[in-house]
Design a protein around this ligand. Structure first.
Ligand code: ADP
Length: 482
């Protein structure tokens, strides 16, 4: 590297700001586990940073389940209806159709929105192509069971009941806030003569865990590293004081994006604080803002602007585009990290074409790439920390107890692990799937926190269709238990 003395100094400062040491990761893990337990035992309404929401899903599939189930996914402008046919033996077939939710419907009375959803479901299941795929009605009636992934804030009171707290993402249909969204949908289905029963209301992390479970036994964690980040895991019911259920285990939605909202432990930099202050929700989800796809590019952009301001980068000249909030997409960081050419030609192209930064020098581009590496590596290590903390909870809550002696720093190294002893982690999201080295960096972090066997025992895997397959499985679990 042909960096000047000033550039070297600035980069070494950034490196120490963005590097999360093993000791720091350990401290964060301990705090995370403690906050999980505080969230579990908190009185209703007490505002803990980890909400630890019980999901009323009291079992996990093992891959032998059979039957046809519907899944419905409403999370934005697309409504997705799926028919999932579970064939046992970890195999399944999935058919789906997307319907566009018009601008009008996003503001119409909720009964109009629900009528539209009911009509879409009816359209889907009565089409010749789909109706021939429905192999069996698991409940021996003509009613199809449906799992509903509803990606808006709800407080759930049963597996098939949840009250909408507020609309987000541009929706503002009157008549919904404060009401049970399952009931609203069921009434619309009944009104429209659609023989479908809404059996389960599902959060996307829970769906991810269940979907992964069908193909990977002993899936213990479901996680999202996409636009946002969150995780769900399996807790013993006796550790959830607010739940009285004869079931042994229940899935819990951690809402980990809000970890350490009081900023006691997180290694925040001035660049993170700037991002937070200028965001639409200052002080909220600061952990998510260090990790997820919506924000990584913006952290990197803040760092680059700071270096430009010091006249250390691009000769002190920015561009109109780079000066705009969120102009540097996380995807660009992926492409820059992938650039291994000696003069970083792909990076030069991104700077020029996407950000209108022309005439960058090789030294400039090496700075840009290093910034991406620092921000990307920190995100992966913090993701590993959250995952390790959840697994630590599993080691002590009894569910993963048998791994206690193997998953600790200084444990005896085992050479091979039996397939049935693996702890599976199902992960969805573009950051995990597409950001280069993200998985490897996570695995490194897991090893630092859980010892040398972590690599063999903990298997991170991509779980794609949480809101389809996962929701269908939640419907199955709900009907089996009732
Ligand atoms: P969602 O979480 O909204 O369901 P995704 O899992 O696709 O959807 O995540 C979208 C996020 O991933 C966006 O914030 C985007 O910036 C980021 N992203 C998209 N493509 C890539 C990529 N190739 N590398 C890293 N991040 C990406």
């Amino acid at each position: 590297t042909k960096w000047s003395a000033l550039q070297k100094e600035a980069m070494s400062t950034l490196t120490s700001q963005f590097t999360v040491s093993t000791t720091k990761l350990q401290q964060l893990t301990e705090a995370f586990v403690q906050h999980m337990n505080e969230g579990l035992t908190a009185q209703k309404g007490a505002c803990k940073d980890l909400a630890m929401i019980p999901t009323y899903v009291t079992g996990r599939p093992d891959g032998h389940e059979r039957g046809s189930y519907l899944a419905l996914d409403l999370g934005g402008t697309n409504l997705r209806v799926c028919l999932i046919t579970l064939k046992g033996d970890h195999a399944l077939e999935s058919h789906q159709r997307a319907f566009k939710v018009s601008d009008h419907l996003q503001e119409a009375h909720v009964s109009e929105l629900m009528d539209f959803i009911a009509a879409s479901i009816k359209d889907f299941i009565t089409s010749e192509h789909i109706s021939s795929k429905i192999v069996e009605h698991p409940s021996d009636s003509e009613t199809l069971e449906l799992g509903f992934t509803f990606s808006f804030p709800v407080t759930q009171t049963a597996i098939d009941a949840g009250v909408l707290l507020r609309w987000t993402k541009g929706f503002c249909c009157p008549g919904a806030v404060g009401n049970d969204v399952v009931q609203l949908l069921q009434e619309a289905l009944n009104r429209n003569g659609v023989n479908v029963h809404v059996a389960a209301l599902v959060n996307d992390t829970v769906g991810t865990l269940l979907a992964h479970s069908y193909t990977h036994p002993n899936t213990f964690v479901g996680a999202i590293f996409g636009t946002g980040t969150n995780g769900a895991y399996v807790e013993t019911t006796r550790n959830i004081p607010s739940i009285s259920s004869p079931a042994k285990e229940m899935l819990v939605n951690i809402e980990w994006g809000n970890f350490d909202k009081d900023k006691e432990f997180l290694p925040l930099t001035i660049h993170d604080n700037k991002l937070d202050k200028e965001s639409i929700n200052p002080g909220v989800h600061v952990f998510e803002k260090m990790i997820s796809g919506m924000y990584l590019g913006e952290i990197a952009r803040n760092v680059l602007l700071n270096l430009i301001g010091q006249r250390i980068l691009f000769g002190g000249v920015s561009s109109e585009i780079l000066n705009k909030h969120y102009a540097l997409e996380t995807k660009f960081m992926s492409d820059i990290e992938k650039d291994t050419s000696s003069t970083l030609t792909a990076t030069a192209t991104i700077l020029e074409q996407e950000l209108n930064i022309r005439n960058s020098t090789v030294a400039d581009r090496e700075i840009v790439k290093t910034v991406c590496q620092l921000v990307g590596n920190r995100a992966a290590r913090l993701s590993a920390m959250a995952t390790a903390a959840v697994i630590r909870q599993g080691l002590s809550n009894g569910i993963q107890e048998k791994h206690r002696h193997l998953l600790r720093v200084g444990a005896t190294v085992v050479s091979a692990v039996d397939e049935k002893d693996v702890i599976n982690v199902g992960i969805d999201g573009s950051v995990f799937e597409h950001y280069p080295y993200f998985e490897g960096r996570m695995t490194e972090g897991l090893e630092e926190l859980l010892g040398p066997n972590a690599r063999h025992i903990i298997k991170l895997g991509i779980a794609r269709d949480g809101s389809g397959v996962g929701a269908a499985l939640a419907a199955l679990i709900a009907t089996k238990n009732n």
